[in-house]
Design a protein around this ligand. Structure first.
Ligand code: 5AD
Ligand code: SF4
Length: 481
């Protein structure tokens, strides 16, 4: 999300005459886009801010700004305690950067951390930074209304709001014409994406809906049929309301050659309608990141996650029913307030039951102002958190290795993204399931290139990647038949 936000910031600044440079040493303005999710993340940023002192000593004209969640959370404190910081801008205030920079230019400090109920930066065309020219992020919504007890995001990124589907589809089409082959639709909780047309639009669409039977999504797919037909004739895509399943379908149809991924799902909101759309379109990747956080229903309750272990496992079963080949990854927190050995054992048993392809695993880190910080003691000793986290990591290594080994012998469609870090004679890409696949650089006398779709027979695996032999170049990837 921060990478995507930085691309919006780059676009706003480009209009002011700024251009991105590769090294901070060459810059007149350094903006640090920051994360508050765990204390460690903030600690890293504070170190980086200190490093700016030596840059400023060498370049007296250098201006330094802090953007993102830490800017929101720490505000004036940053300006007061970190003399090197000239500018503090929260995630919803990037449009005001030009005025703030004018102020900074006159030697003053500037701050804007106002959160917004409307801002989606919808029509801003992001400037792609550090791009491989193949994969890109597209933000579909901002903020989060969930209030998970451990999480600072609702405080730093504000209320949830969805972006107009027209501008999302427009951005995806634009990326396709620029040669991109994969988009990842981003939101804190994509399953609660919801766009409502204005009243006038609702009346007009309702008339059409009555004729075309739109909105009766009994089959679980095709509820956006009207919009889909409009897309097919190059028209608009106005539905009275567009939910995440509708949006996925619209994007899948608007850019049929493009691979589509998304992140992040929420187990309490992930619908079968979304799963049915995923199953129906070949260009929607068979990969779901479904953070569980804990395998214990007691802990989940205290986390205010809105689901139980049983509910979560039923969602996993539904994914498998819809898409037996779908990869699943997760986020897990070790040592949350009041977590017992038995709760921890529940997490390990849930991991064994699901068999995740991959997981992001963290020690619980208390965040100021959150429900957990106000209501529960952070009572698990750090050593116990560390031991539990290690057990979770060890279990995941086994699970990842098993899942990856299961792919050996299969032929996968791989989108090549770049040159392998380990060997210049190899390229890396990803299969639909989001695992990294390493392939030789050449197929007979053809040089393979980033952006190509190839078929690769998986020959071996580790817990982190697959090796493959290219069997052919895919001329027309995923035709959605
Ligand atoms: N401590 C540890 N991990 C956290 N996460 C969010 N807040 C915290 C916290 N206070 C993790 C969750 C979330 C991921 C993005 O970060 O697992 O899904
Ligand atoms: Fe945080 Fe929960 Fe929202 Fe995710 S869904 S951003 S964990 S509050």
């Amino acid at each position: 999300m921060n990478v995507s936000d930085s691309e919006v910031v780059a676009s706003i600044l480009e209009k002011e005459g700024y251009t991105p440079v590769q090294r901070a040493e060459d810059a007149d303005l350094v903006l640090l886009n920051t994360c508050s999710i765990r204390e460690k993340a903030e600690y890293t940023v504070l170190q980086r801010i200190n490093e700016m002192n030596s840059l400023k000593a060498r370049n007296k004209g250098l201006k330094v700004g802090v953007l993102g969640c830490m800017a929101e959370r720490m505000r004036e404190e940053l300006l007061e305690k970190k003399k090197v910081v000239d500018l503090v801008v929260g995630p919803d205030a990037y449009r005001t950067l030009p005025e703030l920079l004018d102020k900074v230019g006159t030697g003053q400090k500037a701050v804007n951390v106002l959160l917004s109920r409307e801002e989606t930066y919808g029509e801003i065309v992001p400037v792609r930074l550090d791009t491989n020219g193949v994969t890109a992020f597209v933000t579909i919504m901002r903020g989060c209304d969930n209030m998970c007890a451990f999480c600072v995001v609702p405080f730093t990124r504000g209320r949830e709001r969805s972006r107009d589907p027209h501008s999302i589809v427009g951005e995806c089409r634009d990326l396709w014409t620029k040669g991109y082959k994969e988009v990842t639709l981003l939101g804190q909780n994509v399953d609660s994406y919801k766009w409502r047309s204005d009243d006038q639009m609702i009346r007009r669409s309702d008339d059409q809906n009555t004729k075309l039977g739109v909105g009766s999504s009994k089959s679980g797919v095709g509820s956006s049929q009207l919009a889909v037909e409009q897309l097919a004739v190059g028209g608009s895509l106005d539905l009275p309301t567009t939910d995440f399943a509708d949006l996925l379908e619209l994007v899948a149809l608007a850019v049929p050659g493009m691979r589509i991924r998304y992140s992040t799902s929420h187990p309490k909101d992930m619908t079968d309608k979304v799963l049915a759309v995923m199953a129906r379109y070949d260009n929607i990747c068979k990969y779901i990141h479904l953070p569980v956080q804990s395998g214990s229903s007691d802990v989940l309750k205290r986390m205010n996650r809105g689901y139980t272990r049983e509910w979560y496992l039923e969602r996993i079963a539904s994914i498998r029913r819809h898409m037996p080949d779908c990869a699943i990854s997760t986020d897990i927190i070790a040592g949350y307030c009041g977590e017992t050995d038995s709760d921890h054992a529940d997490t390990l048993s849930l991991m064994a039951e699901v068999g995740y392809d991959m997981a992001f695993m963290f020690k619980y880190s208390e965040r100021p102002k959150t429900l957990a910080a106000r209501k529960y003691a952070d009572d698990i000793p750090d050593a116990v958190k560390g031991r539990r986290l290690q057990e979770i990591i060890d279990a995941q290594k086994v699970s990842s290795a098993e899942r990856m080994a299961g792919y050996v012998g299969q032929v996968h469609e791989v989108l090549i993204e770049g040159v392998s870090k380990r060997s210049s004679e190899h390229l890396f890409g990803r299969n639909s399931q989001n695992s990294i696949v390493i392939v030789p650089r050449h197929l007979d006398d053809i040089d393979l290139r980033p952006g190509m779709f190839v078929h690769a027979r998986i020959s071996s695996s580790t817990a982190g990647s697959l090796q493959g032999e290219v069997t052919g170049i895919v001329e027309e990837a995923h035709t959605n038949e």
